[in-house]
Design a protein around this ligand. Structure first.
Ligand code: NDP
Length: 332
């Protein structure tokens, strides 16, 4: 049983020294527990925050202990009534080949409804983040202009498509030509800006002739400064992520944007998807319906092998993924 530990707390960008792979025996099962073989493991940008030792909405990962995250697995043996061997389950479990979990830590997945990997992406935490952030905080209305940063990622690609379903004009911001092509040609975005191109700020202005009514912020930093300079009166900004800042060693405040927020009476609201946990069923039902109707498409970027999970995680900060980044640890 291999597992990946947090070896040291990173300063700035994490690297291979941040992680350590080790072998350990599979623990014995107690009554009420289930042995799970990891099938898919999710790497997510928020995990970078948990590698720091500081107070946040979720406690830091302990040093020299196994990293944990969203996992889809298959039950090998069960000493809990609710599960039997062969069941496919979702849980917050370790980055390891096998996990022992209590039944109340697991959710049963029906593999007939959708591919089980989607429980970590479009029909899981990232999809719910997009849905509640956009619908609840963004309150999109037909004809409004929605800008989403991190647009080709797990959350951003869903935000843009939901905004299209709501009748908005959607402008995505992403980090490569390939991503921009995917968003316009396959997901139906109205315009996409490659923020690594020299003229991107000018292009953004041209792509938003009527200003910006909703800015779904996944990245923060310079990208958000430029978007906020085009914000409309009474705009809404769901503040979802700040990935451009997660690896900075010194904070970078950039230009002060508050005057634009004030004079335009903008609503900017940070949120964590778990704020909506009592409405997850509603969100999953809606997302599932859109997926089955072909209105909501998704891609997964699959890396093979538990040993490659650290590099897949680092790849998020290099922008290597289109859609949800997953690691395939074993087969179903
Ligand atoms: P993504 O699938 O979007 O992967 C991360 C992407 O971020 C990369 O592909 C890269 O794309 C982009 N990126 C990386 N570094 C930078 C940078 N310096 N500047 C601009 N873009 C960068 O991840 P998720 O969809 O899982 O998450 C998106 C955001 O949402 C993250 O900030 C995450 O922390 C946040 N989040 C918040 C939640 C909440 O509850 N509030 C829940 C889930 C996610 P590119 O090539 O375009 O640069």
């Amino acid at each position: 049983n291999r597992r990946i530990l947090l070896a040291e707390r990173p300063k700035g960008m994490p690297n291979q020294h941040t992680f350590r792979l080790e072998e350990m025996a599979v623990p014995e099962l107690k009554d009420g527990e289930v042995l799970i073989r990891t099938v898919y493991l999710s790497v997510d940008p928020y995990m970078r925050g948990r590698m720091n030792d500081g107070k946040s909405y979720i406690p830091p990962f302990p040093l020299s202990e196994v990293l944990t995250g969203g996992i889809v697995g298959q039950v090998v043996t069960s000493r809990a009534d609710r599960f039997q061997s062969g069941d496919v389950v979702l849980g917050m479990l370790g980055w390891q080949d096998y996990s022992v979990a209590r039944a109340d830590e697991l959710t049963l997945i029906n593999p007939e409804l959708a591919p089980p990997s989607t429980a970590l992406g479009v029909l899981g935490m990232p999809g719910l983040t997009a849905y509640f952030g956009l619908m609840d905080i963004g309150s999109p209305k037909t004809g409004e202009t929605v800008v989403v940063s991190g647009a080709a990622g797990a959350v951003g690609s869903v935000v843009g498509q939901i905004a299209k379903i709501q009748g908005c004009r959607v402008v995505g911001i992403a980090g490569s030509e390939e991503k921009c092509r995917y968003l316009t040609e396959e997901l139906g975005f109205d315009a996409v800006i490659d923020y690594k191109a020299e003229t991107w700020k000018e292009e953004l202005k041209q792509a938003c002739p009527d200003g910006i009514d909703i800015y779904f912020d996944n990245v923060g930093g310079e990208v958000s400064d430029a978007v906020i300079s085009l914000i409309n009166p009474f705009a809404r900004i769901p503040l979802c992520g700040q990935i451009a800042l997660y690896n900075l060693e010194k904070s970078d405040i950039g230009p002060r944007v508050q005057p634009a927020l004030l004079v335009n009476r903008v609503l900017m609201k940070g949120f964590i998807v778990s704020d909506y946990s009592d409405r997850f069923q509603e969100g999953l039902a809606q997302l599932g319906q859109w997926v089955s109707q072909g209105k909501l498409r998704y891609r997964e970027n699959m890396v093979e092998g538990l040993e490659n999970a650290p590099d897949a995680f680092l790849g998020l900060f290099r922008g290597e993924n289109i859609g949800k980044q997953l690691v395939k640890v074993s087969s179903l």
